[in-house]
Design a binder for this molecule. Structure first.
Ligand SMILES: [Zn+2]
Ligand SMILES: [Zn+2]
Length: 75
């Protein structure tokens, strides 16, 4: 068994519009989209959610700072 390109992320220009599996937002024809493998749904190549890599539930509703792992924020 040799390593094949099947494990590489696939990035292409969307030829159809659809919903991103990561953020739930829509992508349009011409947007760069990706999926980690052939069994996954398409998603934004640079998803606005995964770009920041945090859970929205970790944002303080008062100061809108993303809490550190200790739970600390700016207020
Ligand atoms: Zn997305
Ligand atoms: Zn806060």
């Amino acid at each position: 068994m040799s390593t094949t390109s099947n494990e590489h992320p696939i990035i292409l220009t969307a030829r159809f519009s659809g919903a991103c599996a990561d953020c739930g937002g829509h992508f349009q024809v011409g947007d760069p989209i990706t999926r980690p493998n052939h069994f996954e749904m398409w998603r934004h190549a640079s998803c606005p959610r995964t770009k920041f890599d945090f859970d929205p539930g970790d944002v303080c509703p008062v100061c809108f700072t993303v809490r550190a792992t200790s739970g600390a924020c700016s207020c």
